[in-house]
Design a protein around this ligand. Sequence first.
Ligand code: FMN
Length: 166
Amino acid sequence: MDVFEAIYARRSVRKYKKGAPVAKESIQKLLDAAMHAPSAVNSRPWEFYCSDKEEVKSALMAAHPACRMLETASWAIVVCGRPDLQPRHNYWPQDCGAAVENILLAAKGLGLGACWCGCYPTQPRTDEVKKVIGCDGVPVAIVAVGVPDEDPPAKGFYDVERVHFL
Ligand SMILES: Cc1cc2nc3c(=O)[nH]c(=O)nc-3n(C[C@H](O)[C@H](O)[C@H](O)COP(=O)(O)O)c2cc1C
């Protein structure tokens, strides 16, 4: 898929075909895309916790008030920042955001749907998600992944008011 096609066709998908299999190999492709994202001083301050287990997805839904789409999603990927891997800078949230966007675009390229559910810096969800997955780092986002069962309209658009050529 052409990069512009993926950018324009990507949507936040919140309804998936429940129980539709998404192979672990597909998730590994998404993580490969994630880890090709740029990061400050190439510190790669991220970790990824992935699960297709209903009990883990349910616990994440209980920890995060806006990720109900995990009810039908096949996988949850929690993208965690590792500030300790970037001691002289504080760009790890942006770096993790770049990784999340790569996951969303790669999912589109594989014909999958995905939705970014923000964690850090919102509390208490960040700490609650951390408890569920038992990570050392900071949960930045939960990404729901599954086979789409909806085709939401585009929300992105070119807004000339936000553009300033100096
Ligand atoms: C930082 C961030 C946090 C978000 N958190 C949530 C969330 O918790 N739950 C959710 O359903 N969508 C969440 N979204 C998705 C946005 O609502 C969505 O991207 C926006 O409405 C535009 O729609 P689109 O992605 O289909 O273009 C989040 C997006 C970003 C970038």
